[in-house]
Design a protein around this ligand. Structure first.
Ligand SMILES: [Zn+2]
Length: 87
């Protein structure tokens, strides 16, 4: 059963387990109904804002790395200097 309470619980777990869990939960959310996914995205954005998660975007191919600046882009091989940090 997927409902708002379920999402809140997943968010709490993500908060406890960190970036990898958040990414996993986010990928799981893709399969649910659009309305629920939209609510979930808002909640996750709020969570990210609270935690100040840093994202790094590859300016060459658009790949997004969360939390850690990669040495080089896993998609296009651009060096870390080609990444821009986003909050
Ligand atoms: Zn890239």
């Amino acid at each position: 059963m997927v409902n708002g309470v379920h999402y809140l619980r997943m968010l709490q777990e993500a908060e406890e387990e960190g970036e990898k869990a958040a990414a996993l939960v986010f990928s799981q959310a893709r399969g649910v109904e659009a309305e629920h996914a939209e609510l979930y995205k808002k909640a996750l954005n709020h969570l990210i804002a609270q935690r100040g998660t840093q994202y790094y975007v590859c300016t060459v191919c658009g790949h997004i790395a969360d939390g850690i600046l990669p040495e080089k882009c896993p998609i296009c091989g651009a060096p870390g200097s080609k990444f821009e940090s986003v909050q």
